[in-house]
Design a protein around this ligand. Structure first.
Ligand code: NAP
Length: 487
């Protein structure tokens, strides 16, 4: 199997002969060969996207919306096939890719397809004149994706971009080249012009070529803070627009009056869904002292029941992390936590067999880990691990926990559990985070903006808020009287 570029409506290996092997994280067997795009391929993709943009921008919002909604229907009709591809590529459980990944991509296409006809400017009444504004598309936009939610990330970027009349070139992570191609095929079958959504494969060099390309108007990245800074710096030389969806080390705060069972459920979801490889995860779990022991007991018991194993088995709860290199990085963090004096309460080891006794020693599996006796200054409590590692921190007062929660360079997300409605809002309003939850965690409906404060990002994805990041506003003044001139 070869994973290729998708340029001008066609799958093509591209002009380059450089390639690499894409592996299944669950057993490290090859899934296929991927061809790295080169400068010639980027030129072809930009040229084709420009042609598509020329046509697409003249369509009405309703016409554009119809294509997006049709593409969503196509994705939904192929749910099982694409979910399996995603699971094999990412290592996440099939139960997740069936329930979330493909549907979330389709939701974005439906949502932005639905509002495409409603994107409009404003009318302003002036003396002897009037003015109006037009939100106009930017042109050719580039999307650059992370590997944890490949098709969702591609659709979260493509849907608002295309709804607003832009064309897009998308570069998936080199570790997950597969399902962006399925999205590209769905757009073509839904009636999009050739080149409206191109896919170029490759590593950071391809991302840098897109960032530097003078005829690409905007870059939208989902990735790490380090990459975000490089893209921001690269884009600055051309004052190119950016949306940056970056990493986090988010706090989940559990007050003593919280519903304990719900709080434990949320802490588990906030740390172990998708093997912990979720940007907004609540990896710093602050628990108020009075309920600390009871919380810990329930958390440990339920964590140890998580079924780690073959991601294609519908009974599996947790699959394999993306690569052996990433697994080793997570294990280094766990070792650092132990060395710093934290107690590894459970997990953090490589299982030889899965919950049904199958040999999984060749895959990138790790049992879900909980650290106690943590300190805010420890590396495991400061750095984004991006794996199944949860750190519990004890607190006494509201003021104290707000200060400690905000003591981070990141600001992607935050959660609060309490049955006191006033406290819930009061605390959330003081937390420095762009995406927050009260009495739940990691729910990201397409209707709500998603994005970070501080070093976790710039701009917002999803919701009506995304429109402003894929349009530029033209102001038009219309004279109804005479031109007053002193000359
Ligand atoms: P990453 O290493 O930053 O890579 C992200 C993407 O950027 C990849 O496609 C990567 O290519 C590309 N890239 C690397 N160097 C580049 C450069 N100099 N110029 C342009 N593009 C470049 O992140 P990752 O390891 O894939 O993903 C994990 C990170 O993403 C975590 O920090 C996580 O929190 C974050 N994330 C954020 C969100 C959000 O919405 N806020 C969602 C998901 C993930 P290659 O990797 O192929 O080389």
């Amino acid at each position: 199997m070869a994973y290729t570029q998708f340029i001008d409506g066609e799958l093509t290996a591209g002009a380059n002969r450089e390639s690499w092997i894409n592996y299944n994280p669950a057993n490290n067997t090859p899934l296929g060969e991927v061809f790295q795009a080169n400068a010639q391929d980027i030129e072809a993709a930009v040229g084709s996207a420009e042609k598509a943009f020329h046509d697409w921008r003249t369509k009405t919002g309703a016409e554009r919306g119809r294509v997006l909604v049709k593409a969503a229907e196509i994705l939904r009709s192929r749910l099982e096939q694409i979910a399996l591809l995603e699971t094999q590529d990412v290592g996440k459980p099939i139960s997740e890719s069936l329930a979330v990944d493909i549907s979330s991509a389709a939701d974005a296409l439906e949502y932005f397809g639905g509002i495409a006809a409603g994107i409009h400017g404003e009318y302003v009444d002036l003396k002897n004149a009037f003015g109006y504004t037009r939100p106009e598309p930017l042109g050719v936009c580039a999307g650059i994706g992370a590997w944890n939610y490949p098709i969702q990330i591609a659709a979260w970027k493509a849907a608002p971009a295309l709804a607003c009349g832009n064309a897009m070139i998308f570069k998936p992570s080199e570790l997950t080249p597969v399902t962006a191609l399925e999205l590209a095929k769905a757009f073509m079958e839904a009636g999009a012009p050739r080149g409206l959504f191109n896919v170029v494969q490759g590593d950071g060099r391809v991302g840098a070529m897109l960032t530097d390309h003078p005829r690409i108007a905007k870059i939208s990245l989902t990735g790490s803070v380090a990459t975000g800074k490089k893209i921001f710096a690269g884009a600055a030389s051309q004052l190119k627009r950016v949306t940056l969806e970056l990493g986090g080390k988010s706090p989940l705060i559990i007050f003593e009056d919280a519903d304990l069972q719900n709080a434990v459920s949320a802490a588990l979801l906030a740390n172990f869904y998708t093997q912990g490889e979720v940007c907004s995860n609540g990896t710093r779990v602050f628990v108020q002292r009075k309920i600390y022991d009871a919380f810990l007991m329930q958390l440990k018991e339920r964590t140890e029941k998580i079924r780690v194993g073959d991601p294609t088995d519908p009974d599996t709860h947790m699959g394999a992390v993306i690569s052996t290199a990433h697994l080793e990085k997570i294990i280094r963090f766990i070792d650092a936590g132990k060395a710093a004096g934290a107690t590894l309460l459970t997990g953090g080891s490589r299982p030889g067999k899965d919950f049904k006794g199958r040999d999984i020693s060749s895959g990138n599996f790790l049992t879900p880990a909980i650290f106690t006796d943590c300190d805010d200054a420890m590396e495991i409590c400061k750095e984004e691990i991006f794996g199944p590692v949860l750190s519990i921190l004890c607190f006494d007062t509201e003021e104290e926990v707000i200060e400690r929660a905000n003591n981070s360079a990141y600001g992607l997300a935050a959660g609060v559990f309490t049955n006191d409605i006033k406290r819930g809002h009061r605390v959330i309003h003081q937390l420095q985070a762009g995406t927050c939850w009260i009495n739940n965690y990691n729910i990201t409906p397409i209707e709500l903006p998603f994005g970070g404060y501080k070093q976790s990002g710039l701009g917002r994805e999803n919701s009506l808020a995304a429109i402003q990041y894929y349009t530029q506003l033209k102001s038009v003044y219309v004279e109804l009287g005479n031109v007053e001139s002193p000359y």
